[in-house]
Each structure stands twice: as structure tokens, then as C-alpha cells.
Design a protein around this ligand. Structure first.
Ligand code: PEP
Length: 252
């Protein structure tokens, strides 16, 4: 039985005071409720300590938006997996499309980052997704299964079990355009079959795969009821406690 996760990626939004305020409002909205999913907040690095303190005692888990692949040393500006676990993080994003397309991270880098996350005891949320040109050229399935094979291919089965995959079509991120539940479902099946080819049928069946790309309260219900979609990675709509809570409570 796969778990359902709703994760909020705050990107580079808000300082630590605003982050604590948002986390506090989300935690308050969850008080006395039993959501049908695990909830992960992914604040900017600078807000993590305050957010961790704010949600202490609640069911909310915390993730980092990125990590470096070395454990320590002369790497100015970078943050290691161990630094994130020391703050209380249990998840970390690897390969978000903004890291791939704005910062220029390649499959080689992402493979190293994924390994570093696992060594630090973090659960990587590994993001894959095609750009619009690739979708329009009918290449979405090949691109996304290629990303899965390239970065996850060398893992052991036990490491794969710690990885969450997020399918995030790049053309749907922050654009207001969402994949239809049918399109998203088709791509989740593509990812499951790539995983089954690499690791066997159980891995294809058991890996948690989230959908991300302009998920909002208005479309969350239809996306989250697709059997192969195990939750949502939410950007913009996670920056308001009310809309993030509405998405959480649309999990049935
Ligand atoms: C994201 O940042 O992972 C994301 C899906 O953003 P948005 O929900 O704003 O499209």
C-alpha cells in the first residue's frame, strides 16, 4: 500500500519570520484533524530552523529544496545532507526543474546529489518532467523515462524504496497550466514501467509518485483520485495556508 504525500515547495519565497507564520497557520489548520496524507513543508534553507520549531509536535514533516553532493569542505554557499538532517529535515528535493533549467544541473550532478541524500538518511523527492517542446514533439514518455533511468538506474532496490518520484511537466510549473488527470496518469504509468524494468514489478508498484504543476484547490481532487497519483508537490498554492490546507483535505 503506497502512502499519499502532499508537499509544499516554497521556493525562494519569504524570510524566516514569514515562513514561521505560514507554517504556524498550516499547523493550526491541521489541529484535531486526521488528514489522509503525509504533509511535508519545503521552505528556503534560511527558514528551516524556525519552521521546524513552529511545527514541532504536529504531524508536519520538513524537507530541503536542494543539497550539495559532498559532505563537507571548501564548497562556499553549499549545504550538505547532514546539515539538513541536523535541522530536522527528513526529505530533500533533487532535480527540481528550476535546478535543472535555471541553475543547469545535469543528470550527472543529480545522480551524485541523490546518493548524498540517501547517505545522509534523507528521503529524496526526485523530480522529472518534460518541457513543452518535448511534449509537443511526442517525446514526453521517452524524456521522462530517460530521466528516471539516468539518475535512479544505479540504485539498489533498498535505496529506491526511500525515493519518492515527482512527475512535474515543466510547462505546468508556475504557469497555471495543469496536466489533465488523464495525461498525468499516462506519465505516472510510464514512470512505473521504467522502474519495473530497472528494479522489477514490485518497485514499479510500490514507488510513491507525486504529481506537480499548478496544483490548486480547484484541480487537486480530480488529480489526487487518479490511482497512479500518490499525492502532490505544490508550489504557488502552498504559500497560502488556506489553499494548501484545501489541497491536503482533498485527499480521500
Ligand atoms: C513546484 O514548484 O514544484 C511546482 C509544482 O510549482 P507550482 O505548483 O507553482 O506549479
Amino acid at each position: 500500500m503506497r502512502k499519499t504525500i502532499v508537499a509544499g515547495n516554497w521556493k525562494m519565497s519569504g524570510n524566516h519570520i514569514e515562513g514561521a507564520g505560514l507554517a504556524g497557520n498550516i499547523a493550526k489548520g491541521l489541529e484535531g484533524k486526521s488528514p489522509g496524507c503525509e504533509i511535508v513543508l519545503i521552505p528556503p534553507f534560511t527558514a528551516i530552523p524556525d519552521v521546524v520549531r513552529t511545527v514541532q509536535g504536529s504531524i508536519v514533516k520538513i524537507g530541503g529544496q536542494d543539497l550539495f553532493y559532498e559532505e563537507e569542505g571548501a564548497f562556499t554557499g553549499e549545504v550538505s545532507g547532514a546539515m539538513l538532517t541536523a535541522l530536522g529535515c527528513t526529505y530533500v528535493l533533487v532535480g527540481h526543474s528550476e535546478r535543472r533549467h535555471v541553475i543547469g544541473e545535469t543528470g550527472d550532478i543529480l545522480r551524485l546529489k541523490l546518493g548524498a541524500a540517501l547517505r545522509a538518511g534523507l528521503n529524496p523527492i526526485f523530480c522529472v518532467g518534460e518541457v513543452l517542446d518535448e511534449r509537443e514533439a511526442g517525446k514526453a514518455a521517452d524524456v521522462v523515462s530517460g530521466q528516471v533511468r539516468d539518475v535512479l538506474g544505479g540504485l539498489s532496490g533498498s535505496d529506491l524504496a526511500k525515493v519518492v518520484v515527482a512527475y512535474e511537466p515543466v510547462w505546468a510549473i508556475g504557469t497555471g497550466k495543469t496536466a489533465t488527470p488523464e495525461d498525468a496518469s499516462e506519465m505516472h504509468v510510464v514512470i512505473r514501467s521504467a522502474l519495473a524494468d530497472l528494479f522489477g514489478p514490485e518497485a514499479g508498484e510500490e514507488t510513491v509518485i507525486l504529481y506537480g504543476g499548478s496544483v490548486k484547490p480547484e484541480n487537486a481532487g480530480a488529480l489526487l483520485e487518479v490511482p497512479d497519483i500518490d499525492g502532490a508537490l505544490v508550489g504557488g498554492a502552498s504559500l497560502k495556508a488556506g489553499s494548501f490546507l484545501d489541497i491536503i483535505f482533498s485527499v480521500r
